[in-house]
Design a protein around this ligand. Sequence first.
Ligand SMILES: [Mn+2]
Length: 481
Amino acid sequence: MTNDKYQMINGKWKMENVFLKGYRHGYVGVGSHPQYPITVCAILPAVTKFLHIADIHLGIRRYRSEDRARDFFLAWRDCIERFALAEKVSFVLIAGDLFDARRVEPQAMNQAMFCLSKLRHAGIPVVVIEGNHDCHESENRFSWLRSLSQWGFIKLLEPVYSESGVKLLPWDDEKCSGSFIDIDGVRIFGSIWYGSTVSQALPPLIDELRHHHSEKHFNVMMLHTDVEGQLNRPIPALPVVKINELKSYINYLALGHTHKNFEIDGWIYNPGSLEACNVDEYANVRGAYLVEIIEGQHTAHLMRDYHQRPVARLSFDVSKHPTPEELHADLFDQLRHDLTPHNPNDADSPAPVVELSLRGHLGFKNALLEINRIRDEIKQEFNSLLVIVRNQTVPVEYAVAAGLSEHVSRAERERRVIEDLISRDTRFREQAVAMAGLILEAKRLALSDELPAKIVELIEERLAESQTVLTAEMVWHQGTD
Ligand SMILES: [Mn+2]
């Protein structure tokens, strides 16, 4: 309980110093209690359940695959059916980015309505805030989220901004608008997308929360923002110390925006996007929070068992494969060992996305690594929906002197770099030391103003000493690079 006037002790509601009988499993009623001269003026359900999701991104077009775009709908449908309708929750929270774009495609609207109408039919309110993807345009007062709110399919919560500052207004059923709403003992506050100004936007909102949070309710606030320390990217995010200023008024901060799951100090929750919106997000944990409030104490369960496209993440070290043919053969040997081909007749398991990372030092020119061919052959052999090849190899062209101690002299470091550059190309590996010496010698002569003809003479002389095959390859290599 947020209010210490109301407490559940030994299965009985206690208000201040008086016990109320017979209200353990239901509601504390409004009006006078028959046995005691008190008036109970709050409606407090013993248990309230709600679903908190964010970043559904309906209508996403980032993948060039219809099936992949449909996955976002299937994830949304599955979550609503399993964790809202079947669980008979009191309400659903969507903390921003229901849609991938503010200009909603007809198909994305159909996908949204498929669930929103089921929820309305079941009497489950859907409380929504704008995200950066589906927020209204500043010069336009119309938006699809506002329309959906007007039509009664969602309750879009927005603070009201005017010249005099920000105001939080209670939900108005006639106007279908407001900044906060009470449902089953929970007071829910909305906000808008503030972007990089979120740290400045928060203090005036907190002033308003001071007036409007309710001691008689469990207070929830929805916010679409990144949080400092939860990202791998160096972009401005909201510092946790700033968020903590909300803690006096808010019991559960329902976040959206960051597409991976995190939880801070047992009151700040970010479920993550329902599906992976780009390749970098495949490794992230994501899901939907099913939250239970019992006697004012909440428990948030991250639900992950819903339609998510399976992803097979594989890694292959390209080092020590001297030719493109050998690399190809060894790669497919490893794939056949690690990856079971998808059975296209199995309707229960969707074809996976395969993400293959190629790592290590290439033993041949980068241009000879046939990424497209590798991608097509994996797709064909393993019946994958989509194959993403991440080329993280170090091309022979950019070799570096790895493993050198920091105390090594500049001259030695230079010699090693040149030697490495030569030896990473298997055609010249055997002669790397001799050739590095020759290159350094040529450089020294050039810096000492030696005549160019003299330098050419030296190079020719040394090359003649080594194998004639090597000389021919050098000429070919220089001519095609
Ligand atoms: Mn998003």
